[in-house]
Ligand binder design. Structure first.
Ligand SMILES: NC(=O)C1=CN([C@@H]2O[C@H](COP(=O)(O)OP(=O)(O)OC[C@H]3O[C@@H](n4cnc5c(N)ncnc54)[C@H](O)[C@@H]3O)[C@@H](O)[C@H]2O)C=CC1
Ligand SMILES: O=C(O)[C@@H]1CCC=N1
Length: 271
């Protein structure tokens, strides 16, 4: 039996099929979601989605199992304006900042689950955190978890208050890691390596270390120590990187704090 049986029967509506919506849709289709059961609402849908058998910008099914909202927070009011008041439909939002009570104003009788995914979902390696409203039953949360586990791992939160920090850490986090690759590559160039060689070394170092961090039984701190020979090269590098005043820890603290704060602002309706 497909995990998507009820959704395939009643339908899934995806409002906004850009980078995040598209990444999730790719994962769902590869896990058994039937294209004909998906209604995509997006006025600027990318051409790659046009001939996949999806229902594109067509009237919504009468009683869809799930509606996933994946538009920018600044576009949410606009997008919600075009959607009927569903009550027997699980509403799932992946928008940063936008709080559950915003959705409750549009869907006062609906179960609502707020999710924060990230773009490695495009290759099934995402991490999503989720929390439901008072009307979301264990079965609704399971449905949301089924959807999100099609594109990576899932964690459940205890409180919606955690969501902005989650957004600042794992939602935005892939961008920090991509920038780390860029910065490492530039640093290699500064030591005389060619840009191509430096980028390849940086990219595969981050990819391999990430995979090892997931695969290994040891904590990242132990994996770091395993690389660090006493009096060796890594110790010399880490002395700079781990400097408590000027190193990565205070920089990362400020980075995640800024992203978290921006999530709070978006939640209050900031443009
Ligand atoms: N990109 C990321 O890494 C992540 C994004 N998110 C959240 O996902 C949501 C979407 O972000 P992205 O996919 O990055 O943006 P995007 O700009 O790539 O996609 C948004 C899509 O919404 C469509 N759209 C705009 N107005 C619409 C409307 N009224 N009705 C239907 N569709 C409409 C656009 O045409 C576009 O295809 C945001 O709320 C963001 O906070 C969450 C986690 C990670
Ligand atoms: O930058 C943003 O606002 C979205 C949310 C998390 C990642 N991208």
């Amino acid at each position: 039996m497909s995990d998507f049986e009820d959704i395939n029967t009643r339908g899934l509506v995806l409002v906004g099929c850009g980078r995040m919506g598209g990444a999730m849709l790719k994962g769902w289709l590869s896990r058994g979601l039937q294209p004909g059961s998906v209604t995509v609402i997006d006025p600027r849908l990318a051409p790659e989605w046009q001939d996949k058998g999806l229902r594109v910008n067509q009237p919504l099914p009468e009683n869809p199992a799930v509606m996933v909202l994946a538009v920018k927070p600044q576009m949410m009011a606009d997008a919600l304006g075009g959607v009927p008041r569903l009550s027997d439909t699980l509403v799932v939002s992946v928008a940063a900042g936008t709080t559950i009570d915003t959705f409750e104003r549009s869907f006062p009788d609906a179960p609502i689950v707020r999710v924060m995914p990230n773009t490695p979902a495009a290759i099934g390696q995402g991490i999503s955190a989720l929390i439901g409203n008072g009307l979301a039953t264990a079965a609704h949360l399971d449905t949301a978890e089924t959807l999100m586990s099609a594109v990576g791992r899932v964690v459940r939160l205890d409180s919606e208050d955690q969501m902005d920090a989650v957004t600042g850490l794992s939602g935005s986090g892939p961008a920090y890691v991509f920038h780390m690759i860029e910065a490492m590559a530039k640093a290699g160039e500064a030591q005389g390596l060619s840009p191509e060689l430096s980028l390849e070394l940086a990219r595969m170092t981050v990819a391999g270390a990430g995979a090892l961090a997931v695969d290994a039984d040891e904590d990242p701190a132990v994996l770091r120590e395993n690389v660090t020979s006493p009096g060796g090269t890594t110790a010399a590098g880490l002395k700079v990187l781990m400097d408590p005043e000027n190193g990565l820890p205070p920089l990362m603290r400020r980075t995640v704090a800024a992203a978290t704060e921006r999530g709070r602002e978006l939640g209050k309706g900031a443009a």
